[in-house]
Design a protein around this ligand. Structure first.
Ligand code: ZN
Length: 399
């Protein structure tokens, strides 16, 4: 059963050639005005001007609205219990954020039943989908025992193929006096228990979490177990995380808030995506990463939510796009690209993040005539309908 979406004011395809200062192509930002799109068999079958659209079994009139690729959220922590609104309120009242707050969520997560964790994850997943996120990555990292990490990874794998083992999130309290012992646990039995259900391995490489030698040990062990590295890097200060990520061929270096010229050059010259998470800076009142510097140097930039109960509890990619445009001097095209195609690159996926024929038909219908509305109308729920693999998954299309 094929479906024709027509009367689309702006169809963002991300099928550009990278010309004109847009994100480097092929696959750079591109859009078609007065467009139509045909879905068949869960895939994009055709895109082009509405006046030349082929016939299809069914038709939906988009009423002069914009259609975008579904958002690809390449960084989220959704397997947890409890919440930390009191910590947020204290932080807004002047208490600086420290990574140790994670221990609060670790205790709550360990105490939760599988059903409680599954229900919380499911609620966040539906919340994301309703806001246009059609693919998300999900990390473990609030269990920090072999059994609790194994179940975190297993629960994440029920919800997404993009599962990340993050046993090296923080050293749990019971290992406070034995960081080396915890590292051995992560690289040994914990990794062995988690690797089969994960695709990625991640480490929080930061002062107060794991140093460069420890991060290297975790990522190397993960790679030996068949996982691809990604790194929490340079969030709270300059450090070795970004260069380690590039050196080890990580898919992405995430945060990138404090970068030296060497870090920027490494990202621009390597295959590692710089994933920026401005919701964190918004929620911790820290300086935003310098997206302009990365883009001007030629680095590939992705935007993601980092949805987690501590440093950034948003599931809104629209907010992230608005922050990137308003606070990080990204153009609206760059920000939209980074939240879709950029996320796909950070997950090494070529079937999502764009709407070229053959792509998975993950689409967002916006209540507005162009992608610009995401930043132009911040805080407004603009996502009218969401299709996932060609099926209506949230919202409703125009009658
Ligand atoms: Zn994170």
């Amino acid at each position: 059963m094929s479906l024709l979406l027509t009367n689309i004011a702006e169809l963002v395809t991300n099928d550009g050639d990278g010309a004109g200062g847009q994100p480097s192509g092929p696959g750079g930002f591109a859009s078609i005005s007065d467009a139509a799109l045909v879905i068949d068999g869960g895939r994009v079958a055709w895109t082009g001007p509405a006046s030349r659209a082929p016939a299809a079994d069914q038709m939906t009139d988009c009423g002069g609205r914009a259609v975008l690729p579904g958002f690809v959220d390449s960084h989220a922590h959704l397997v947890f219990a409890g919440e930390r609104s009191a910590e947020f309120a204290a932080r807004m009242a002047g208490t600086p954020y420290r990574a140790g707050g994670i221990a609060t969520t670790v205790a709550a997560t360990r105490a939760a039943t599988d059903e409680q964790l599954r229900a919380n994850l499911g609620a966040l997943r539906r919340e994301m989908l309703a806001q246009g996120i059609t693919t998300f990555e999900c990390k473990s990292g609030y269990g920090l025992t072999v059994a609790d990490e194994r179940r975190s990874v297993a629960l994440a794998a029920e919800a997404t193929p993009e599962v990340t083992f993050l046993g090296a999130h923080v050293v749990p309290p019971e290992y406070a006096a034995d960081q080396g012992g915890y590292l051995d646990l992560v690289c040994g039995p914990m990794l062995a228990a988690c690797a089969a259900q994960a695709r990625w391995v991640d480490v929080f490489c930061e002062r107060g979490a794991f140093g460069p030698d420890e991060a290297r040990a975790v990522l190397t062990a993960g790679a030996a177990a068949g996982l691809v590295p990604r790194v929490h890097a340079n969030q709270l200060g300059a450090g070795p995380g970004v260069r380690l990520a590039v050196e080890l061929g990580a898919a992405s270096a995430d945060h990138c808030t404090y970068l030296t010229d060497d870090d920027v050059a490494a990202l621009a010259g390597g295959g590692t995506v710089a994933t920026l998470l401005p919701g964190v800076e918004f929620s911790t009142r820290n300086p935003y990463p310098d997206a302009r510097r990365l883009l001007d140097a030629g680095a590939t930039v992705a935007l993601a939510t980092d949805c987690n109960p501590g440093s950034c509890f948003t599931s809104s990619m629209s907010l992230v796009v608005a922050l990137a445009v308003r606070e990080m001097r990204m153009t609206t095209e760059e920000a939209l690209w980074a939240a879709t195609a950029g996320g796909a690159r950070a997950l090494r996926r070529d079937d999502i993040g764009h709407l070229r024929p053959g792509a998975r038909a993950d689409l967002v219908l916006l209540n507005g005539p162009s992608h610009v509305y995401l930043a132009y109308r911040p805080g407004v729920p603009l996502v009218a309908a969401v299709w996932q693999a060609g099926e209506l998954a949230a919202g409703r299309p125009p009658a």
